[in-house]
Design a protein around this ligand. Structure first.
Ligand SMILES: [Fe+2]
Ligand SMILES: [Fe+2]
Length: 354
């Protein structure tokens, strides 16, 4: 990583300054300007993939290495870093160890979220040895943060259906796979969440980190959490509730009731937008402006990382995209909806690569 490259350092410093100088009107509208900035760097979906011996898919490695190096250059330094899940491709020890080693270079507190690619080989056992609990919460600067494991599924599908753990993992690793099973948070974890949130007052901003969207967007690709409605009901009473998720490898944003939803990018590869797949019903949020993908043959096209500022209690996400136009999505004070600062009204039409 070119830590001494002045242009690179300037870019990162510029990004930090942008976050620190968000319009004060938003702060006043939300909380009278009493809240301190919270900056979170978010890295997700690295899909570290083992080939054999010490060999790993280089492109996925490079995506994560680059994200870690750039995160370490951030000014202001993030309050903490979230890794949003799918660290590994097939959940093996070599993959999780290799991913953990790359992430160990982060000079920040890191919060980990479970992805289905990390989970379905050994049901999260080795991941938990490395990174700790699969759901937890904490308070920071007046905001209540929660991590959920949203990629659980039915008992029958988890335990009984497959001849081997490897087979179960392979079925879950496929995007467009009718053998897949819907994700869910599950009754046990929802009970825990209900108890956890009892201690939190209605006017405390709540930010939930999950791997899958706690929304029903596109079941066919598991851009979907089956008990999303139940989880949303637990978040409904808060004046400011937010869900930030990975898994979809693309930018999405939405508001349902009082809950704002934002996705984060992958460091590995982009998925297409569900609306491009006409064979099944999809519910891409209407407020989402799909990202223009400049060059699908560029190795880092449509991947990137995010800086999140939640100083208003509503996150503003700054998407830094390799080989594409940077994006900022945050609350629109006029409508209360998530709003793409540059592209909501002037969407770039998709390029034709055929
Ligand atoms: Fe992923
Ligand atoms: Fe995923």
């Amino acid at each position: 990583m070119r830590t001494n490259d002045p242009s690179r350092r300037g870019l990162i410093r510029g990004a930090g300054a942008l976050m620190a100088t968000l319009p004060l009107t938003q702060v006043k509208l939300a909380f009278g300007g009493q809240r301190q900035d919270i900056n979170i760097a978010y890295i997700s979906d690295s899909h570290i993939q083992h080939i054999k011996g010490n060999e790993f898919v280089r492109n996925w490695d490079r995506g994560l290495i680059r994200a870690v190096a750039e995160t370490n250059l951030l000014l202001p330094k993030p309050d903490f870093v979230v890794f949003g899940g799918d660290l590994a491709q097939l959940g093996t020890k070599p993959e999780l160890d290799h991913g953990a080693e790359i992430l160990s270079a982060l000079n920040a507190d890191v919060k980990y979220v479970m992805g289905e690619h990390d989970y379905y080989l050994d049901l999260g056992a080795y991941w938990s040895e490395l990174f700790g609990p699969q759901h937890y919460s904490w308070n920071h600067k007046g905001v209540h943060f929660v991590v959920l494991n949203s990629i659980l599924t039915h008992k029958e599908w988890t335990f009984d259906r497959w001849p081997t753990a490897e087979q179960r993992m392979l079925e879950m690793a496929g995007l467009d796979n009718p053998n897949g099973s819907p994700f869910m948070v599950g009754a046990k974890q929802r009970k825990w969440l209900e108890r956890d949130l009892k201690k939190v007052t209605d006017d405390t901003p709540v930010v939930v980190f999950s791997h899958s969207p706690i929304q029903k967007i596109f079941k066919h690709w598991n851009f979907w959490t089956d008990d999303a409605d139940e989880v949303q009901a637990l978040l409904g009473r808060f004046h400011s509730a937010n869900v930030i998720y990975g898994h979809v490898h693309q930018i999405q944003y939405n508001r349902i009731g009082n809950i704002h939803f934002h996705s984060v990018m992958a460091t590995a590869w982009p998925w297409p937008y569900p609306q491009s797949y006409a064979q099944a019903e999809s519910h891409l949020p209407v407020v989402t402006v799909p990202m223009n993908r400049a060059d699908p043959f560029h190795e880092r096209d449509a991947t990137g990382w995010q800086l999140i500022d939640v100083h208003t209690g509503r996150p503003t996400l700054s998407y830094k995209l390799a080989n594409n136009t940077n994006r900022t999505v945050g609350p629109d004070p006029a409508t209360g909806m998530p709003h793409d600062f540059d592209f909501q009204e002037r969407q770039i039409s998709a390029q034709d690569h055929y």
